[in-house]
Design a protein around this ligand. Structure first.
Ligand code: ZN
Length: 279
């Protein structure tokens, strides 16, 4: 399941083909994904120019010249690919390869097509009226973007003040911080040296001010996401291995730590951590 870094890398990969291009045609091959496509979906897209492609948590947002925003979520198995639709390479066009999981094809004035493929169909596409993006039901309760200035130790401790859930559960709560999933929650807690099983309330003083652990955790979240985005973008000099995720029974990679990574279940999800250096 894609997390924030994967979605950000999709955004960076498809933006050059999409932004400033006009949508000249849309092939819609089913009535729904996780939910039905909005009314008049194709009609509302055709002839629109994509002004910008941004990301909010794990959602991609394409601002259209009509004022509406095309909201897209990859779900569990969704992916985008850009294909050329110029005659010389017509053989590679989406119509020719016949993948039954190509559910939406956006034909663009740039001579390319953007194909959305989603075998499990947990993806979402919606059209949001002008000025209503922040109020959309999927976005309205999201917490701060982890890589923005709005997210820092103060914001994190405020959100966790008095919370009786575990630190791991708090990081997966999209109201606390948006876009974090199972992988990067585990990785960030490891970098911060905090046990995923501790109570979230330890990040804040009784008055709600950030403790030192909140500073470490907020910085660790930003660091692991930034590194993951760089890795996704294909920087060959980055080590591609996770520190704890799916490394159960392996040696902890932290210098001077002699611990072994453990896998435990928390609220039905696997958590990976080192009991020796994560306290
Ligand atoms: Zn360790």
């Amino acid at each position: 399941m894609p997390e924030l870094p994967e979605v950000e890398s999709v955004r960076r990969r498809i933006a050059p083909s999409l932004v400033r291009a006009r949508i000249v045609g849309v092939d819609l091959r089913r009535p729904d994904l996780r939910q039905p496509f909005p009314r008049h979906f194709v009609k509302r897209l055709i002839r629109q120019t994509v002004l910008a492609l941004t990301r909010r948590a794990k959602y991609l947002l394409a601002a259209l010249s009509s004022g509406e925003t095309l909201l897209m979520h990859l779900g569990m198995s969704g992916s985008f690919r850009v294909v050329s639709t110029r005659p010389a390479t017509r053989a590679a066009s989406p119509a020719a390869d016949g993948d039954p999981h190509d559910h939406v094809v956006f034909h663009l004035s740039s001579g390319t097509a953007l194909v959305f493929n989603d075998p499990r169909r947990f993806g979402v596409m919606d059209l949001v009226p002008a000025g209503a993006v922040d109020e959309h039901p999927l976005l309205s309760r999201l917490g701060p973007e982890p890589l923005s200035d709005a997210f820092d130790a103060a914001a994190l401790s405020r959100a966790c003040r008095g919370k009786r859930t575990s630190l791991k559960a708090a990081l997966l709560d999209q109201r606390v911080v948006a876009g974090l999933g199972n992988i990067y929650a585990s990785e960030a807690l490891h970098v911060a040296g905090l046990s995923p099983r501790r109570r979230a309330s330890i990040l804040a003083t009784p008055a709600g001010a950030p403790r030192e652990a909140a500073e470490r955790l907020a910085a660790a979240i930003k660091a692991v996401l930034t590194q993951a985005i760089a890795r996704q973008s294909g920087d060959p000099y980055r080590d591609s291995r996770f520190l704890v995720y799916e490394r159960q029974d392996a040696r902890c990679l932290k210098p001077q730590c002699r611990g072994t990574i453990r896998r435990v279940m928390q609220s039905g999800r696997s958590t990976f951590y080192c009991p020796a250096c994560q306290r």
